[in-house]
Ligand binder design. Sequence first.
Ligand code: BTN
Length: 254
Amino acid sequence: MSENFTEAGVTAALAPRYVRFFEQVGSTNDVGLKWLAEGAPGGAVVVADEQTSGRGRLGRSWTAPAGTALTFSYLLRPEASALSRIAMLGGLAVSEALEQLGIAEVGIKWPNDVQIGRLKVCGVLPEASWDDGSLTGVVLGIGLNARVDFTGSPFADSAASLEDALGERVSRVDLLALLLKRLDYWAGDLNGAALFEAWRGRLNMLNLPVSVINAGSPVEGIAEGVDADGALLVRGNDGQVRRALAGDIALGNA
Ligand code: BTN
């Protein structure tokens, strides 16, 4: 199957949406932030076949060989009050799209890694642009492993590729169109309770012992819930509930 993942193919499939397509670019989030400053409308998309300086959360890099991942940034012009909802939007929209493809065991590992089973298939990186203290827009960066071969890589035991899980070839153009439908849908109701509940309902580490790491002092205990800002609420052995706004979670000891 030829997926036609080219400027012409992607632009035609997404018409009349505003699209910028690159065979190779530094980071789609960087292009998106610049485009927002130039006046890009909400719903515009920056797509790349390969990034040379893709970013991940917490200062990490995010790379995938050309032809193997779906990497794009979705542009939004939200109210500042909806800022904490943007990352939820990404994890939720990707989860729903994978469910629609028939993937079983889709879950969100807090804060917003989309997993198949316990293996990460997609990461989400929202970045905001500000002018004089006012929010002007947000780029929601999404990197999804479509057919990345992790054999022999440091991620061999922790990452998944969509095609392995599906057992068949996927078109990244069709996948992008499906994902954008879910993003557009929820972007229209960012502040509603439904988005938060749908995101929370997919979190796959609630009520388990966890350790929140990589963002200051580790927080250990039972992941009891999340609050409206998306912070993880962890009850420690001392009975106190601590709030983690960022970090990675690892399964802990009971
Ligand atoms: C993470 O899991 O740490 C988040 C990864 C986000 C990667 C995507 S790929 C498209 C967009 N452009 C970037 O530079 N990063 C995001």
